[in-house]
Design a protein around this ligand. Structure first.
Ligand code: ATP
Ligand code: MG
Ligand code: MG
Length: 534
């Protein structure tokens, strides 16, 4: 089924970008430096990267920094790190603020040619007029008056602050995006790059088409909630006689049980519901990478979504199932036994001295390397397995051979406290029902490694929050689950960010050593079981 879908997608993309010429395509990803990137941004960034590559063109990373009230240099640095985590490097990094001089000149030009005017209509009144299709009282003011107000705005005075500049597009076009949109605002706050040079800033609607055109962007990818604003985008370019840009729209990405608004993510961090922007419960690029989502799976997922115009909330299972297919062939296999209620087992006929064997870390992929497996007559097994053993049952100790359960001590609560088995290496592992993982009991020379296995739940309890829902009514009370386990000593060779499988348990990513308790921490990687893609 997957393959067929892949072909269909490829066909969708074969239509490609309209008017695209090999070697001449320029795309851009325009984040506002006002927060960290999330999985929605990853879609935009990856599609831009995909098309730039497909046509051997150029990708511009442009910081869209036109609102000094929200933006910071710090976020530029973290966004570049986020892009690095997505393996995206632009051919060039630019800023909308690089063009403030030109944007100012073009705004003057628009006023001088009668295509823009200054307006001091109160915010609510302006909204009402735009809604009802009523012309502003200032719509036909003289060019001199408009220039005078614009000059006043430029000083950042309290008089200037009352005014804005609007493009003279239409009073009552059925497309409300065309009803004289605001193109310049006054804001006396210092800008993180241009300091106090400017007190006026272009709006996104004005700056975006102009800078796209000036920078040589051939194809501007925009989320389709901007579709109503596409004619406005073209109007700006026409009004100023600039080079045309193609628009390619795609749908905004949403996930069930997930908030993707910068403001709400800020709230989760500030209220301590997560530990930071890289929290594995977070849909940020940092969060999902830390949870074990590979760039490869993200890319495949985004390309599957690529041409779709539907704005729906997607299931996380789909992306995790893709991810599992990426990591399964390369994840080394390790073993862990749950620390609480672990069961000591005596193996009659086992080695009298400890023996160590080198075994492949991945049975189907020798390139993953070898690990040491320790054999002795004293081992540990999981309580859950121990409970299931029947008297005289023949079971298989994985990577060793069969053994027959001879006796089992059980306490008053039903907990198995010890087991005795006879090794039965002549036994056929194909005939046993239970194939279990085990670990040789730790000694000074052959220790086990104390680890913590971490698992997470969604931060919110409702699939899709509605406009009027208050987030605080839908906070999942407990979202982090910790289990103590003992792992084979080979896990000490892992580096932070390595993928692995604890066999019969799941896929994990090594998250480093906990500073307080010294245990190695492993985050469970969801495997999208419910998605049924396999
Ligand atoms: P918006 O401007 O719509 O509020 P934003 O402020 O969250 O988006 P920006 O930094 O302006 O974030 O976004 C950079 C780019 O990422 C934009 O091109 C935007 O369309 C795109 N983007 C943001 N969120 C999503 C999403 N959920 N799905 C797809 N693309 C997105
Ligand atoms: Mg934006
Ligand atoms: Mg936003």
């Amino acid at each position: 089924a997957n393959k067929a879908r892949g072909t269909k997608v490829a066909a969708g993309f074969a239509l490609g970008l309209e008017g695209a010429e090999m070697g001449k395509v320029v795309t851009r990803f325009p984040p506002e430096p006002s927060g960290y990137l999330h999985i929605g941004h990853a879609k935009a960034a990856m599609l831009n990267q995909y098309f730039a590559k497909m046509y051997q063109g150029k990708l511009i990373i442009r910081f869209d920094d036109t609102n000094p009230s929200k933006e910071k240099t710090e976020f530029e640095e973290t966004i570049l790190e986020d892009l690095e985590l997505l393996e995206i490097r632009g051919d060039v990094v630019t800023h909308t603020s690089d063009y403030f001089d030109q944007l100012y000149d073009l705004a003057l030009k628009m006023i001088e040619s009668g295509k823009a005017y200054a307006d001091d209509t109160e915010r609510e009144q302006m909204q009402l007029e735009r809604r009802e299709g009523i012309a502003s009282a200032h719509r036909d003011d003289s060019v001199e008056d408009n220039l005078k107000h614009f000059a006043e705005m430029k000083t950042g005075s309290s008089e200037g602050l009352r005014w804005c500049i609007r493009a003279k597009m239409s009073v009552d076009n059925p497309n409300k995006a065309l009803r004289d949109p605001v193109i310049y605002r006054c804001n006396p706050q210092p800008h993180h790059r241009t300091g106090d040079k400017w007190k006026i800033y272009p709006t996104y609607d004005f700056a975006c088409p102009i800078v796209d055109s000036i920078e040589g962007v051939t194809h501007a990818l925009r989320t389709n909630e901007y579709r109503d604003r596409n004619p406005q985008y073209s109007w700006m370019i026409d009004a100023l006689g600039l080079r045309k840009v193609n628009i390619w729209d795609f749908s905004r990405l949403n996930f069930i049980y997930t908030l993707l608004s910068k403001r709400k993510l800020h709230e989760f961090v500030n209220n301590g519901q997560v530990r930071g922007w890289d929290d594995p419960r977070f849909p940020t690029v940092r969060g999902i990478r830390r949870r074990g989502l590979t760039v490869e799976a993200l890319r495949q997922f985004m390309l599957l979504q690529g041409p779709s115009q539907a704005i729906v909330s997607l299931e996380w299972d789909t992306i995790w199932a893709l991810n599992k297919k990426v990591i399964d062939p390369i994840a080394p296999r390790h073993w862990a036994i749950m620390e609480e209620e672990k069961v000591p087992v005596t193996i009659n006929g086992g080695p009298t001295d400890v023996e160590v064997k080198s075994l492949p870390k991945h049975k189907k992929n020798p390139a993953v390397g070898e690990k040491n497996t320790v054999y002795s007559s004293k081992i540990l097994v999981d309580q859950e397995d121990a409970k299931s053993f029947e008297d005289q049952e023949e079971i298989t100790l994985m990577d060793w051979g069969n053994a027959i359960v001879k006796s089992k001590s059980v306490d008053a609560t039903g907990t198995v406290t010890s087991i005795e088995m006879d090794l039965h290496l002549e036994g056929d592992f194909k005939k046993t029902k239970k194939k279990i993982t085990w670990l040789s009991q730790p000694t000074a020379e052959h220790p086990l490694v104390p680890v913590t296995l971490l698992d997470y739940d969604y931060l919110i309890t409702k699939k899709k929050l509605e406009e009027n829902d208050s987030v605080k009514d839908f906070i999942t009370p407990v979202t982090e689950f910790r289990q103590s386990a003992l792992a084979d000593a080979n896990v000490s060779d892992l580096s932070k960010g390595d993928y692995l499988q604890f066999e019969r348990n799941g896929y994990f990513i090594f998250d480093g050593v906990n500073k307080e308790d010294g245990r190695l921490e492993f985050i469970r990687i969801p495997d999208g079981k419910a998605a049924n893609l396999a």
